[in-house]
Design a protein around this ligand. Structure first.
Ligand code: TMP
Ligand code: ASP
Length: 250
């Protein structure tokens, strides 16, 4: 299903962004495309767009209820979300509660090590460079984010973590790590943008001890574990059980 929209403004790996009815808003279409390893691995996963749109909408509403500003306005259809137009900060913000993934590939830290406080890693959002890890000195050198904004970004990301950890725990999921993208709206406010979904979070089923079976996120696709959509469906079912139906904004 498609909905009335303006010009295509941007096409990313998992979403298309279109001009909306109002200047301050844009429409996001969640695609079924799945990619990993900087799009070297690709697949079409039926229903992924709908599931990620629904999961993200619910999670944005959870954040909003806790006073965390996001770009989310509402959903317009199953795979369509209305969001505020923002200038995206070209930094991917990763918070890690448990060591896994690239942290364990790139350092001797053992898989599963609890990280308290959560480890904040910033990456430069640039596919042609493979989204490199940034040091604070490199961030300052690049000049894309001031030191004051760097502090605001960290505070916002840690606040998101503080809301999402207990939210997911309540529905039997462990928030292992996640990636946020942040943006600045016309009023100059810093907002959580992009999406929050099993594409961008690692989520483990707390009731399952098996190291592979418990994975309910995109690692199933990255590691060829199968059952990707079933895992996303399970996350969606649990998230929806805990949130009211996301508001419609068509
Ligand atoms: P990493 O361990 O591969 O660095 O991933 C950390 C988190 O960021 C994990 O929750 C997956 C998410 N992520 C993205 O959302 N997009 C990406 O391109 C990558 C590499 C990771
Ligand atoms: N978003 C990544 C890509 O570039 C993949 C990932 O999430 O690992 O394809």
């Amino acid at each position: 299903m498609t909905i009335p929209h303006g010009d295509l403004l941007y096409e990313g790996k998992a979403k298309r962004i279109y001009a909306g009815a109002e200047d301050k808003q844009v429409l996001v279409e969640f695609k079924n495309d799945a990619t990993a390893f900087n799009a070297q691995k690709k697949a079409q996963l039926d229903d992924k767009g709908r599931l990620n749109c629904r999961i993200s909408a619910c999670l944005f509403e959870v954040l909003e209820r806790e006073g965390i500003p996001t770009h989310y306005c509402g959903i317009a259809a199953e795979t369509w979300m209305v969001v505020q137009r923002v200038e995206v900060i070209p930094v991917e913000v990763v918070l890690r509660n448990i060591a896994t993934g690239s942290l364990c590939r790139e350092t001797p830290i053992a898989q599963g090590t609890p990280l308290e406080p959560a480890l904040l890693d910033l990456y430069f959002k640039d596919d042609s460079l493979g989204d490199p890890l940034l040091t604070d000195a490199r961030l300052a050198l690049l000049g894309v984010v001031s030191s004051e904004m760097r502090e605001r970004i960290e505070l916002l990301a840690r606040n998101v973590n503080a809301v999402l950890i207990p939210f997911f725990r309540e529905i039997g999921l462990q928030l292992v790590d996640f990636k946020l993208e942040l943006g600045i709206n016309a009023a100059g406010e810093l907002l959580v943008a992009d999406e929050i979904s099993p594409d961008t979070c690692r989520l483990w089923d707390l009731s399952c001890l098996d190291a592979e079976e418990r994975i309910l996120d995109k690692d199933r696709f990255r590691k060829d574990l199968g059952g990707v959509i079933e895992a996303y469906g399970e996350v969606c079912k649990r998230v929806q059980g805990a949130c009211p139906t996301p508001r419609n904004c068509s």
